[in-house]
Each structure stands twice: as structure tokens, then as C-alpha cells.
Design a protein around this ligand. Structure first.
Ligand code: PRX
Length: 682
């Protein structure tokens, strides 16, 4: 499956300097390690595990699993019998065993230039212990679910690791999500406590986070579920330093007179007061390997988000080793991942993977365009960032402004560049490689999912010759295959469904509270395989190219959305009888939402109605789901059995007249009308 020899033509290679220090310096070495990882996982992962602390060792086989629904329940167990704590491994082990207490864990860079903070491993450990004690004092126990809804501040990392320390299960909700989305997630995992902040700025825009959080809690109460306590961090409204050693993020320098902080004394607690009183020592709760670590919601094709569940040991080993090898982590690196911790990229590659390796990271609160489009490169120079990880959408956005803003800064420290979240088009890849990295930094195009826990297809920077736009080859322990519609494995150059044949330590274990949905979504279509939902092409050299989602999901700026969840937000409006949402290509966001709206009798399609519908989607889901295009659709193309033909709608949205086979259409006349009402998408 992996070629014996890497191709030497039409590829980009790492420099000799990078190879000299690399963990995996050649393609041959990658291949050797890869073979070991799939032929002898016990030995391969056993070597990785040696670097961690285990209260007791595992007893059974390293990985025990069933991927075949026809043979019984699907399960994955890694290192059964082992006992450990992930927080202990990413903090105490670094501070005490590795003597790295004074090493910087995070350089926090606020939204406003000049807002900054440095946190060492020792300080982080203290803060985490304090928060862990706070949670315990509030009655939180192992296995309890805690919802976290916070901006990109160090305290977000503190909150998540405090949960991990006491065996509580964190469920982080991206702070860009709406009250409704937060409520839905709190209800699904029955979270007893919410941790949030007063508010934050995203560029120029003030987000009154506590108000949204309160709204969510009210919605929960209406649905007969009460969150017992809400801890609120004062991020913008801080009234002086309550904690010692400057170990909390400083007040934002920006004036925030519009900040509104509702306060309910029966539920609300102040982060700072609680922390002041708490002890900074806390014995970790020792966990079983397969104890749950966190739940993270991702869009599901039925419209209801799925609570992806990850467990302790496998996730720890997998995020640690992917971080080490994919970014070729070295002790003096300064690493920066621009993702938000509210997404899986932040969980795995801001918190757990980097900290497990004792890395120094930049934690950035702001936007790539604020206060100007040089901000990223300014930060790279400021902290001498060596490894940089971002999304194709950010690259395409900055590319629009040309090389000038990039070249205002030297970026001399950069060694490896990474991308994640969606397919990267070769133009964007080449701009990233040529302009940002000045042809000196390999680009690792990492394909993975919330469900996979960590990278599954990716080049290794010094080992894999790169092809712009290809995620190249599998990471250690991962065995991909391409299947045709009948479920047959396709060899050689081919295209089809991307699946995986066996588990790796970091793969999800279940959909929280709904194992049947887990089996149906990932294992029923092709029994024996984990089905990613993505299409994939293999070229003549064995390189894998992700071709995009092949289900009813869209990828907007690297964020997955299901057409069903946007449709259900639209039809909740009193004027809407039916809605159909399809993907439309977008030069920066990759994909955008194009919505067809059928109104109920008696309602008129107006600009003001469109604005109301957009607002409704924003309020129900969040700003990322705001439709780009919306058109009046007095009729929708349907089959005789009443199914909407989205394939046809996609073509109409793109103004492509070649509709393919439409013989199953119940009423052809709607088509011409839809073409006439098309939005101008040029
Ligand atoms: O379609 C693939 C796309 O993002 C999906 C996973 O989204 P999510 O669970 O939100 O996680 C995103 C961050 C890991 C995938 O099914 N995707 C992610 N990375 C890539 C990608 N598509 C192509 N190339 C990538 N490098």
C-alpha cells in the first residue's frame, strides 16, 4: 500500500537541516516504523507508553476490538487494566520527573496587541490543582460531565485539565456557538456544571458570553434540566489581580463599556474568589484506560450533533505521538496552532498533544485579520515560532492580500507548516509553501476528524516528499483502504470511499449515550470498516487525496455542518414550509451554504424575511452557519417518492445546466423556475 520508494519527481522535499534533527529523517525510516506499528502494535505503542506514568500496567492485549457489526457490538479497548491520569502525565510528569517546571507552557497572546501572558508548567499545574479542588468542593465526582464555554484564554486549558485531573468528563462548546446549541449539548450530556466567562472580543466585536450562557441555562430549565452551578471567569471585567504570580490572563486592554454581566446569586460563582480559597495541591484521580476523558460534539447528518467520546490512555498516546512526529517536535520549539480549543484541533494539538511533549505553545485569542492582516506573522516573529499549524481557509483569506503583509515580518524561525480542516487547494498550498515558508518549510497536510482523535493521514515533515493538496500516507497504526459502492477494496490508482480497517489508539469509542448511532454512522455501510464519510483518490505513487465529504455534510471554513441542522433551523420560522440546503464553492471558506426556501401560503419572500432567516440560523446554531445565499423556491425538485433531489439543487446553485439523469423527477417544471430565481453567486 505504501510504495517501497518515494517518488523523486513533482514533489517537494524537506531541507537537509530539517532532516538532520528529525525523529523520522527519511521515507525508508517512516516505512520501517509504519510496518512495525501495524504488524506489531504491542511493541510499537509499548515504546510510546514507556514515556508515560502508569499507576499499574495493562493486562490484556494492547488493542482489543470488533469493527464488524455483523459479528456483534462494535468496541475498541486500548490498554485494558492500565491505570493512569492524563493530567498527571501532561503536567506533574513534566514538572517533577522531567524538571521542566520553569519551561513556558503557553505564551498567551490576547485579541488586542499588547495583551499577553506567560505561563510555565509549574504555574499551570498549580492553577489546575486549584481548579480541581474547586470542582471537588462543588461536589463534582469522577464521571460527571462538565460543560465549558469559554474564549481562548489560559483558564480554558486550566478548566479542561482540572476536569481530567479528577476524572470528570469535559464537554467544551465552542464560544461561537449560540445559546440554543449550548443548551442542546448541555442537555444531551446532562452536565451538572457550566464554566464560562463574562465576555471577550473577537477582533472589534464584543461577545457577551455570560448573557448567552444564561440564555442557554434558561432554555435548559424550560426543558426540565437545571445546571446546578455556573462558574464565571472575569476576563474583561476583572477588578484587579485576585490571583498571585500573574498566572491568570490579564484584563483586556480594550475598553468594554458595553459588557453586560447578568448575575444569578443562586447559581453563579466567581472563578477568582473560588480559586483564591482553593489549595494548589490535588492528588489526581487514578483512571482506568477506558474511562471517558471528554465529549466533543460534531455535526451529524440527521441534524442532531453527536457527542464524540474519547477515553484516557489511547487518546493520550495517540495525541502525544502524532504531535511528536507530525510536527517533528524538538525541545526548543515554539509551536503555534491557531485553532480554537472548542474544536478537536484545539483539544488534541493545543492542549493534550503539545503538553504531553513538554512543548512551549502560543495560545492566541484573536483573529488573523485584527488589527491588520499581518497579525499572524507579527506573532510568529514575536515568539520566534518554529512550527505553525493553521487552516486552509485562513491561508486563502490572507492570500487575498498578497505577499506584502507577510513580508513585513521575517518568519525566519519557521521550520514546519501544517494545515488541517478541509482539503487544501494546490494554489493555497503553494502560496503557503513559497511565500510564508519561503520554500524552506515542509507543509504537513493533516487529514483527520473529531472522531479520529488525532492525525490519521499526513506527511511526516522530513520523511515524506510532499505533493501540494495530498494528505499523503497513513500515520503509524492506521490502515486506510478505498472502497467502491459495493464495499470492495480498490487497489492501485483509484477513487472511492475512505475507510479504515482497524482501530488506532485515539479513535472515538462511542457516541455519548447512543452506541447504536455510533454503529450506524460509522460501521453499518461497510461492515468491518470505520467509514470516514470522505471520498478519497489514490494516485499512481500511492498518495492519498481527500476529495471531500460524500454525505450530507458541508465544510465551511474547516467546520463541519450538516445540511439537516441548517434546514431544521430554517423551517422553525413561521413563514417557511420547507427548506433545502446545499453546498456552494467559496473562494475563502472552501464551501458556503446555499439555501432554497419554500414559503407557506400567505407569506411573501422579501429581503427582510431573508434577514430574519439568516438571524434565525445564527441564533439556533451560531455565526459559522450563516447562509451565504438564499433563494425563493416555490417548488423543490423531488422524486416521485417525495425525496428532495439535492444533486439537482447543487447544480442549480452553481448554474450548471447539465443536470444528469432527471427521469425520476416528479415535476420538471420547478427546475426552470429555480434557475430563474438563482442568486448571483459570482
Ligand atoms: O471532510 C474532512 C475534513 O474535515 C472533516 C472532519 O471535520 P472535524 O471533525 O470538524 O475535524 C476537523 C479537524 C480535524 C473530515 O471528515 N478534513 C479535515 N482535515 C482535512 C479534511 N479534508 C481534507 N484534508 C484535510 N487535511
Amino acid at each position: 500500500m505504501i510504495p517501497d520508494k518515494a517518488p523523486g519527481e513533482d514533489v517537494y522535499q524537506a531541507t537537509c537541516d530539517l532532516r538532520k534533527e528529525a525523529h523520522v529523517p527519511s521515507f525508508e525510516k517512516y516505512k520501517e516504523l509504519y510496518l512495525k506499528s501495524v504488524e506489531n502494535p504491542e511493541e510499537f505503542w509499548g515504546d510510546v507508553a514507556k514515556d508515560f506514568f502508569w499507576k499499574s500496567k495493562h493486562t490484556g492485549q494492547f488493542l482489543d476490538y470488533n469493527f464488524d457489526v455483523t459479528k456483534g457490538k462494535v468496541y475498541i479497548k486500548c490498554m485494558e487494566g492500565a491505570i493512569t491520569n492524563i493530567c498527571y502525565n501532561v503536567l506533574d510528569r513534566n514538572v517533577h520527573d522531567k524538571k521542566m517546571g520553569d519551561k513556558v507552557a503557553f505564551f498567551w497572546e490576547g485579541n488586542e496587541p499588547g495583551d499577553e501572558l506567560k505561563v510555565t508548567y509549574r504555574e499551570l499545574l498549580k492553577q489546575v490543582c486549584k481548579m480541581a479542588n474547586v470542582l471537588k468542593s462543588l461536589g463534582v465526582k469522577k464521571g460527571d460531565r462538565i460543560s465549558i464555554y469559554m474564549p481562548m484564554v489560559v483558564e480554558l486549558v486550566v478548566a479542561m485539565l482540572a476536569c481530567a485531573r479528577i476524572g470528570a468528563v469535559h464537554s467544551i462548546v465552542f464560544a461561537g456557538f449560540s445559546a440554543e446549541s449550548l443548551c442542546e449539548r448541555i442537555l444531551d450530556s446532562q452536565c451538572s456544571l457550566l464554566i464560562t466567562a463574562d465576555g471577550f472580543y473577537r477582533g472589534d466585536k464584543l461577545i457577551n458570553l455570560k448573557m448567552i450562557a444564561d440564555d442557554a441555562l434558561e432554555k435548559c430549565t424550560e426543558k426540565n434540566f437545571s445546571v446546578q452551578k455556573c462558574i464565571m471567569l472575569k476576563h474583561l471585567s476583572k477588578d484587579g489581580s485576585l490571583l498571585p504570580e500573574g498566572s491568570q490572563s490579564p484584563p483586556a486592554k480594550r475598553a468594554c463599556s458595553d459588557l453586560q454581566v447578568p448575575w444569578n446569586p443562586e447559581v453563579d460563582l466567581c472563578w477568582h474568589t473560588l480559586m483564591e480559597e482553593a489549595s494548589d495541591e490535588c492528588e489526581p484521580e487514578w483512571c482506568q484506560s477506558e474511562d471517558p476523558l471528554f465529549i466533543l460534539y460534531t455535526s451529524g447528518s440527521t441534524g442532531k450533533p453527536k457527542g464524540v467520546l474519547h477515553t484516557v490512555s489511547g487518546y493520550m498516546l495517540y495525541t502525544a505521538s502524532t504531535f511528536k512526529y507530525v510536527f517533528d517536535h524538538q525541545p526548543d520549539d515554539v509551536y503555534w496552532c491557531t485553532a480554537d480549543i472548542g474544536w478537536i484541533t484545539g483539544h488534541s494539538y493545543i492542549t493534550y498533544g503539545p503538553l504531553a511533549n513538554g512543548a512551549t505553545s502560543v495560545l492566541f485569542e484573536g483573529l488573523p485579520t485584527y488589527p491588520d492582516v499581518s497579525r499572524m506573522w507579527e506573532i510568529v516573529d514575536k515568539y520566534q515560532v518554529t512550527k505553525f499549524y493553521t487552516a486552509p481557509t485562513a491561508i486563502r483569506l490572507l492570500m487575498k492580500y498578497g505577499s506584502g503583509p507577510v513580508q513585513k515580518f521575517t518568519r525566519r524561525s519557521l521550520k514546519v507548516l501544517g494545515t488541517v480542516g478541509e482539503p487544501i487547494n494546490p494554489e493555497a498550498w503553494l502560496w503557503y509553501y513559497n511565500v510564508v515558508g519561503e520554500k524552506r518549510c515542509p507543509v504537513v497536510d493533516t487529514f483527520w476528524q473529531t472522531e479520529t482523535g488525532g492525525h490519521v493521514l499526513t506527511p511526516l515533515p522530513a520523511a515524506t516528499p510532499m505533493k501540494p493538496g495530498s494528505a499523503a500516507f497513513p500515520f503509524f497504526g492506521v490502515v486506510p483502504a478505498i472502497l467502491n459502492e459495493s464495499g470492495e477494496e480498490l487497489e492501485g490508482p483509484n477513487e472511492g470511499y475512505l475507510v479504515f480497517k482497524q482501530p488506532w489508539p485515539g479513535v472515538m469509542r462511542t457516541v455519548y449515550g447512543n452506541h447504536e448511532r455510533f454503529e450506524t454512522t460509522y460501521f453499518k455501510k461497510f461492515p468491518g470498516y470505520y467509514v470516514t464519510g470522505d471520498g478519497c483518490r489514490r494516485d499512481k505513487d500511492g498518495y492519498l487525496w481527500i476529495t471531500g465529504r460524500i454525505d450530507d455534510m458541508l465544510n465551511v471554513s474547516g467546520h463541519l455542518l450538516s445540511t439537516a441542522e441548517v434546514e431544521s433551523a430554517l423551517v422553525e420560522h413561521e413563514a417557511v414550509a420547507e427548506a433545502a440546503v446545499v453546498s456552494h464553492p467559496h473562494p475563502v471558506k472552501g464551501e458556503s451554504l446555499y439555501c432554497f426556501i419554500t414559503l407557506k401560503d400567505g407569506f411573501d419572500y422579501t429581503i427582510s424575511l431573508e434577514a430574519q432567516l439568516k438571524k434565525q440560523v445564527r441564533e439556533k446554531i451560531g455565526a459559522i452557519a450563516t447562509p451565504d445565499y438564499m433563494q425563493n423556491a416555490p417548488g423543490l425538485p423531488k422524486t416521485r417518492s417525495g425525496k428532495i433531489m439535492r444533486r439537482v439543487l447543487r447544480k442549480i446553485a452553481r448554474n450548471e445546466r447539465d443536470l444528469g439523469d432527471v427521469s425520476t423527477l416528479a415535476d420538471c417544471t420547478v427546475i426552470e423556475q429555480l434557475f430563474q430565481n438563482r442568486c448571483n453567486t459570482a
